[in-house]
Design a binder for this molecule. Structure first.
Ligand code: FES
Length: 147
């Protein structure tokens, strides 16, 4: 039945409503499938961090940087050198943060702890944080995959 001044019939309205709902449902199923088939961007082989950004970092403190789509953690050692880690927990891939008071890395997901050298010391993490190689080239720190 079409109303006197309606632009479309009740049937057309219900068909488009159901069609839209089915399209949204289909997108909800296809989207994770596409993410599985086409994996997210690869991890970079190296990243460059401007030395000026980290030069004034106090010894023993940590600054984050982008390691591709993952967090990276750059720690300035007591001797002025830099140590870098992938800031992702080795248990179930949660992000790790540095707790300056305890001088340890902490994963809040399941209370995992790593010492300041990235070694797993408490909680469920099965392995140390993944370490990255750091070198100074010109006015930049080059952070690379190790090995
Ligand atoms: S994901 Fe970090 S402790 Fe479980």
């Amino acid at each position: 039945m079409k109303l006197l001044y309606s632009l479309f019939s009740r049937r057309a309205f219900l068909n488009s409503l159901i069609g839209g709902w089915l399209a949204a449902l289909g997108a909800a199923f296809i989207s994770p499938l596409l993410k599985y088939i086409v994996p997210p961007t690869r991890e970079p082989d190296q990243v460059s961090v401007p030395l000026a950004e980290v030069q004034d970092l106090a010894a023993g403190s940590v600054q984050g940087f982008a390691w591709g789509n993952k967090p990276g953690l750059l720690k300035k050692a007591e001797d002025g050198s830099f140590i870098a880690f992938v800031g992702v927990c080795t248990h179930l891939d949660c992000n790790v943060s540095f707790v300056a008071e305890k001088r340890r890395f902490y994963c809040a997901c399941h209370e995992g702890w790593y010492d300041e050298n990235g070694i797993n010391v408490a909680g469920p993490p099965p392995a140390p944080l993944r370490r990255l190689a750091v070198s100074v080239e010109g006015d930049a720190l080059i952070v690379k995959k190790q090995g």
